[in-house]
Design a protein around this ligand. Structure first.
Ligand SMILES: [Fe+2]
Ligand SMILES: [Fe+2]
Length: 180
């Protein structure tokens, strides 16, 4: 069974290209749920998805690298959906899987598991379910993390936008477990 440290090391290693990409700076500035940034949320989803695959003994059916990359890119829509934009983000819950895939394709080379799982991670909010087990794991991890983050009391200690939380931008800091 993988430990928390081992899981963080796996996420840092297989997610390095994504974690250290310049556009992740946008995710570090955008709040996702409560006081949690989209970046921190994505790291949590990646760790939880790996934990689920491990505890459910799915390693003979799951591609670890794809699983981690899907989790890190599932919300790669690169805007803060709380910002007012003339109502364009009203359908955020339904549309951001596609937006994330569109952006991810511009920045990374994705395999078919990664493409499908990013696009369909919001199922059942969107009609089509994921086609691969990696998509279901990320979808499950996402819902658990989102619920915890939304209900956390930390939301009342959210730092102001003009003074975003300091964050280390490297895979190394994820491996060490410093706050994302
Ligand atoms: Fe999402
Ligand atoms: Fe998410």
């Amino acid at each position: 069974m993988l430990t928390r440290t081992q899981i963080r090391q796996l996420v840092a290693r297989h997610g390095r290209e994504i974690i250290e990409h310049d556009h992740m700076r946008i995710e570090r500035r955008s709040y996702q749920h409560g006081a949690v940034t989209t970046f921190a949320h994505s790291i949590r989803v990646a760790c939880l998805a790996v934990w689920l695959a491990d505890r459910l003994h799915l390693w003979n059916r799951v591609d670890l690298r794809s699983l981690i990359r899907v989790a890190l890119l599932h919300d790669y829509f690169l805007y803060d959906w709380h910002d007012w934009d003339d109502g364009e983000h009203v359908f955020h819950g339904f549309t951001h899987g596609r937006a994330a895939l569109h952006n991810a394709l511009a920045d990374f080379e994705l395999n078919r598991i990664e493409r499908d799982s990013i696009a369909h991670h919001m199922f059942p909010l969107t009609p089509a379910p994921p086609r691969y087990i990696e998509g279901y794991l990320v979808s499950m991890a996402d819902k658990v993390s989102a619920t915890r983050e939304t209900l956390s009391m930390d939301r009342f200690r959210k730092p102001s936008k003009s003074k975003p939380a300091a964050s280390a931008a490297s895979a190394k800091s994820i491996e060490r477990g410093s706050r994302a």
